[in-house]
Design a protein around this ligand. Structure first.
Ligand SMILES: [Zn+2]
Ligand SMILES: [Zn+2]
Ligand SMILES: [Zn+2]
Length: 432
């Protein structure tokens, strides 16, 4: 597992950032896996309180929020079906559960991320990349809540545009960018920011690949450029009546803009990382994932749930944020968490610059690293050292025998030949 090792080394080298992003950029995340035992499952908390909450909800529950909760609750349970594989020699069976594949599901996001990383690394330029984070002031939050689609869209476009123009102006290069939008802060409040993987180099005017030497960046210049780009687009939305707002007139809107002008528009650049695989493993690990990782859940007691977070306002002697615990009642927790369920059809991951039209560049410009096939089997094997579909005793492949699906009427057993068998025994009594 050479690539794992490379990725860790890179991760260890990174210094600490203060952009207050939930994604814990430079902290060593505890090793966790998606199929193994976690102490707490978010699904259990939803199972216990969601139906009660829905009878008297504290917020308007959007259809996609219902869908996400339903997906999390049924993910890897009998409701989505179980495939049974058996050893032809000794009859030992393996149960394979199905995933919900919802973008918000903490169980699915981890494996989905690794698959995504493997897929995109072959479409990245063969050169170092930098991780860049663009944040906007919180004073914009109430406006974002009312114009979620337009404003988040705009934030992604404005940040990519800023980097593209800056790379062109400063180095005369067309760069490649992969952007991932995050809306959540450490405390699950609205904190929208864009993570970008930026090629530290690009294609020059005559079509040759150039790498950038050195790492120096004028933050103030880029931050000002981003602010201007963002505000121009926001004003355009206002002028074309595409913005929901309470401003009495343009003058009041402009006063608001002046206020947010004074705020800090935080921009953060990581040092370049050498190989695309390392970058992608690292960024994929936290950027394209669900809003609350289950290993962060510290307690589930009656009506309350606790999760750990990093307090960026309180740092220790070494400047590292202090880890604290937040405990919330389900009535507070559900609206807080579910505001981050992605809007339907909103693309959270986008490709800009030469990564948006890579077809125009010759194949040898891109990363030539070997593909590592990623599926649930290989993921599990890399974690446990065992192929789940090989009998450990007999060392032969297990074969698929049948599937089980839990329905309201009972368990339906599907066989390969199309034959079904409906058993009305509740599932819990059947499988210990
Ligand atoms: Zn983030
Ligand atoms: Zn066997
Ligand atoms: Zn899932």
């Amino acid at each position: 597992m050479l690539h794992h090792k490379k990725w860790r080394n890179n991760h260890d080298k990174l210094k600490h950032c203060r952009c207050m992003c939930e994604c814990a950029i430079h902290t060593t995340e505890k090793k966790h896996n998606w199929f193994g035992e976690k102490k707490y499952r978010l699904a259990h908390f939803f199972d216990r309180w969601w139906d009660i909450y829905c009878q008297d909800p504290k917020h308007f529950i959007q259809p996609e929020q219902y869908k996400a909760v339903q997906a999390i609750r049924t993910c890897r349970t009998a409701a989505l079906g179980i495939d049974i594989y058996s050893c032809p020699n000794c009859g030992d069976t393996t149960e394979v559960y199905h995933n919900c594949k919802n973008r918000f599901c903490p169980t699915c996001s981890w494996s989905d991320t690794i698959r995504w990383a493997e897929k995109i690394k072959r479409n990245m330029l063969n050169m170092p990349h930098r991780h860049v984070v663009f944040t906007i002031p919180h004073a914009l939050n109430s406006l974002i809540k009312r114009n979620e689609y337009e404003m988040l869209n705009m934030q992604m476009k404005a940040s990519a545009q800023t980097l593209k123009e800056w790379m062109d102006y400063k180095y005369g290069l067309r760069c490649g960018i992969i952007s991932v939008l995050h809306t959540s802060g450490e405390l699950k409040t609205l904190h929208s920011h864009v993570h970008m993987i930026l090629s530290w180099g690009g294609v020059d005017k005559i079509g040759a690949i150039q790498q950038i030497k050195g790492t120096f960046v004028k933050y103030k210049l880029i931050s000002d450029k981003f602010r201007k780009e963002y505000e121009t687009r926001l004003t355009e939305l206002f002028d074309t009546d595409k913005l929901q707002h309470d401003f009495r007139d343009k003058a009041e809107f402009l006063r608001f803009l002046r206020r947010i002008n004074e705020k800090h528009w935080i921009i953060h650049f990581e040092d370049p990382m050498e190989t695309p695989t390392a970058v992608i493993r690292y960024i994929g690990r936290y950027s394209k994932r669900a809003c609350l990782s289950e290993y962060k859940i510290t307690r589930m007691e009656e009506e309350t749930i606790g999760f750990s977070y990093k307090d960026y306002k309180n740092t220790d002697f070494f400047g590292k944020p202090i880890e604290k615990e937040k405990v919330l009642n389900y009535r507070e927790f559900f609206p807080l968490l579910l505001q981050h369920v992605p809007l339907p059809y909103f693309r959270l991951v986008r490709y800009y610059g030469i990564y948006s039209n890579k077809g125009h560049l010759p194949r040898e410009y891109f990363n030539q690293e070997e593909d590592i096939p990623v599926n649930w089997q290989s993921l599990q094997e890399s974690e446990t050292g065992q192929d789940p579909l090989v009998c450990q005793k007999c060392k032969v492949d297990k074969v698929y025998t049948h599937s089980l699906v839990e329905r309201r009427t009972g368990i339906i057993k599907y066989f390969r030949n199309g034959f079904t068998d409906i058993q009305s025994i509740p599932f819990k009594d059947r499988v210990a």
